[in-house]
Write a protein that binds this ligand. Structure first.
Ligand code: GLN
Length: 281
């Protein structure tokens, strides 16, 4: 009722105890600007339908549903990508992994290189890489989930990029018919249901299990498979960049030690967690 503005949404978040302070401001920005598509300074007399829509969005947020699923998009590396509950919402730490790869490739320009992303989800990693590396890279993405690949394909087309996507079950079949790569990157499922290490399982309940929890109870199954097999998909001197479970960074690195990979390098994310691993074949 009455005049609505961004401030009123922030107050609603606080009064309903859904969020406060910065979090309330951030979510309100999403609701007001990204979903309702109003300008930040607008003062509006909303229709009943618009009010109902806002109330419904607030309710959905109060249940813990991620704002990106409600909006239908997420931001990654400055790009707006479609997301649905079939794909993991791209995370800032994955942007850091992408930044590392771009930095390395740009600092040693070479012939056109080939890059593969295992478990591509929304396509965020290959899309960000292709946007920045342009013709200097051929980029491929695989995923076991066809619904996820449909979203990735939508995003690739939205940005008019040439990225090859295919449905492959890496754990069962490895990588087939794609040739050799200079870079393999992956943000595989790495959350452990048994330990709930970060106490975050409840927060993750809207996101696809397939993208979060490795199948079959071994939380490191993807890292072991990558450590044991990916050398054969890399050119000599090729690199693997992996997002890691911060609580198992040492163990994960060990799989690569045992597999005699060279030049292990771990990087922390902005939260100070050991999140990224780079190894060379
Ligand atoms: N970083 C995600 C989280 O913990 C997990 C992503 C993944 O399993 N690859 O919320």
């Amino acid at each position: 009722m009455g005049i609505w503005n961004l401030r009123k949404i922030i107050s609603a978040f606080e009064e309903l105890k859904i969020a406060e302070a910065r979090e309330a401001e951030n979510l309100s920005g999403w609701v007001w600007e990204e979903i309702m598509e109003f300008s930040p300074g607008a003062e509006l007399n909303l229709t009943q339908d618009q009010e109902k829509r806002i109330t419904n969005i607030l309710f959905r947020i109060s249940t813990g549903e991620p704002i990106q699923y409600i909006a239908g998009h997420a931001w990654f590396y400055g790009m707006k990508l479609k997301v649905t509950p079939d794909v993991l919402i791209p995370r800032p730490e994955t942007e850091e992994l992408v930044a590392w790869i771009i930095e390395d490739i740009k600092s040693s320009p070479q012939r056109e290189i080939r890059i593969l992303d295992i478990g591509t989800g929304s396509g965020c990693i290959p899309i960000a890489l292709k946007m920045h590396l342009k013709d200097s890279a051929s980029v491929f993405g695989i995923d076991v989930s066809q619904p996820a690949l449909d979203i990735a394909r939508y995003n690739v087309q939205a940005y008019k990029l040439d990225i090859k996507l295919s449905q492959q079950d890496f754990l069962t079949d490895g990588i087939f018919e794609l040739g050799l790569f200079d870079v393999i990157v992956s943000n595989p499922p790495y959350v452990s249901r048994d330990f709930d290490e970060a106490g975050s399982i409840n927060q993750l309940r809207f996101e696809p299990s397939l993208a979060l929890y490795p199948s079959g109870g071994d939380p490191d199954v993807f890292y072991k498979k990558i450590a044991n097999t990916c050398k054969s998909y890399l050119v000599p001197g090729g690199s693997c960049y992996l997002e890691m479970n911060e609580f198992r960074a040492d163990q994960i690195q060990n799989y690569f030690r045992n597999g005699e990979w060279k030049r292990h390098e771990i990087r922390e994310d902005l939260q100070g967690a050991e999140r990224m691993l780079k190894v060379k074949s």
